[in-house]
Ligand binder design. Structure first.
Ligand code: TRP
Ligand code: SF4
Length: 405
């Protein structure tokens, strides 16, 4: 069972929209999203602006890619009544926050993000010398902070982007989070807690600020959540005051690392569109059958009577994803003694993949026939997201004093 406080945590995650998804996306990301949508308040979006970093020369396909991708999400089991599904460019508040954050973000912070140089090296075919590419992680920070997200599920390669997000949030709060009379208001709020509880609060505050006891913050936070007779604003003030800071306008999110997808492709390398070794989520049964039958096996097994070694075979990698212990034992045994044939060995994978993809294909059918319905889901989700984003932006604008105009 997931605790109540976790239930209230908000999850935000996005995916660059670059077209139809494959089994690697399902095992690496979507399965995880599907689970989370029942445990948290979730916002999942198609990052079409982020897709521009590599596709700015020809963005004409981006809208189609968005629809394709969202159909795959729906097919995988993301449910619009459980999660908010939306499109980044339909919520222009992301861009406004990005602009404001860019004013206080040192260029060196962005240059230091490891993906910056890595990707420039790897993707030589794309022109990544743009300001948009340098700012990629900052736009991502805006995507996250605009929803005051608590948790961001990402792969390992994105952890540095969440780190940057936290640093930018901290800098923002430090710079703009000072109400002129913050200290006075915080002290008033402590008085509102009452004598006994005020003392408890002071003790947590001291334990952290004087002894660096991090647990005191967690305990103090729980304690404040239980206090009934203070306003939301006062509770936030006291949370911030606990750490000796000013008001928190943009809370720092945590990343949750999605286990690196071990999903191997048809050739044993990681499944990826750029390697041409994928099984698309909406493949026909026939295509699945053909592509797995054609998979290379241990080159030592030229004939049925040749003994093989599963470690040298990409099909074995798929057994590690789909098969239970007894089936794996059967493969190990049968392969190394030449008592099973490769096709027989592959049949079990074919069956497993068919069983996994069949319900997705069924769910996708409805949406393939009715792209308007997909569009409607995205537009309604975007409106919902936009309401949330607007609220945060109001806080931001107020903290930066633009509201004084
Ligand atoms: N950069 C992410 C990726 O390539 C996509 C992304 C954009 C994202 N904005 C986000 C992920 C916000 C999480 C949160 O996978
Ligand atoms: Fe690969 Fe299975 Fe053939 Fe062994 S029997 S080489 S594991 S396909």
């Amino acid at each position: 069972m997931i605790s109540n406080s976790k239930k209230n945590q908000r999850v935000v995650s996005g995916m660059r929209s670059t077209g139809a998804l494959h089994l690697g996306h399902y095992h690496g990301v979507l399965k995880n999203w599907v689970e989370m949508q029942y445990q948290h308040e979730c916002f999942f979006f198609a990052a079409d602006w982020h897709a521009l970093t590599t596709h700015y020369k020809d963005p004409s396909e981006v809208p189609q890619h968005v629809v394709e991708m969202v159909v795959d999400w729906l097919a995988a089991g993301i449910a619009p009544h459980s999660a908010t599904i939306f499109l980044q460019s339909q919520v222009p508040e992301h861009a406004e926050l990005y602009l404001l954050l860019s004013m206080l973000t040192p260029v060196s912070w962005l240059e230091r993000v490891p993906t910056y140089k890595d990707q420039q090296e790897k993707l030589k075919a794309h022109d990544l010398s743009t300001m948009g590419f340098l700012g990629y992680p900052l736009l991502q920070a805006a995507d996250i902070l605009i929803y005051k997200a608590d948790l961001v599920p990402v792969g390992e390669d994105q952890v540095s982007h969440i780190e940057l997000t936290r640093e930018v949030a901290r800098r923002f709060n430090f710079t703009y989070g000072k109400e002129p009379d913050f200290e006075e208001r915080a002290k008033q709020a402590i008085r509102k807690l009452g004598k006994k509880n005020g003392k408890i609060y002071r003790n947590y505050q001291r334990a952290y600020q004087e002894q660096g006891d991090k647990e005191a913050i967690a305990k103090g936070r729980t304690f404040l959540e239980l206090q009934q007779n203070i306003s939301v604003a006062d509770r936030e003030r006291l949370l911030a005051y606990l750490e000796g800071m000013s008001k928190i306008i943009l809370p720092e999110p945590d990343s949750i690392l999605t286990k690196a997808s071990k999903m191997p492709g048809l050739d044993g390398q990681k499944m990826s569109k750029s390697y041409g070794n994928t099984i698309p989520l909406r493949s026909s049964p026939d295509a699945i059958d053909k592509s797995i039958r054609k998979m290379p096996t241990d080159p030592a097994r030229m004939r049925l009577t040749d003994k093989g070694n599963p470690e040298k075979c990409p099909v074995w990698q798929l057994h590690l994803v789909y098969s239970d212990d007894s089936r794996r034992e059967w493969v190990q045994q049968g392969c190394s003694t030449a008592s099973i044939g490769c096709l027989n060995c592959k049949m079990h994978i074919i069956e497993a993949v068919q069983a996994e993809l069949e319900p997705m294909r069924e769910r996708a059918k409805v949406f393939e026939k009715d792209p308007q319905a997909v569009r409607k889901i995205i537009i309604e989700g975007s409106e919902k997201a936009r309401n949330q984003a607007r609220q945060t932006l109001d806080d931001v604008v107020e903290a930066m004093r633009f509201s004084d105009f």
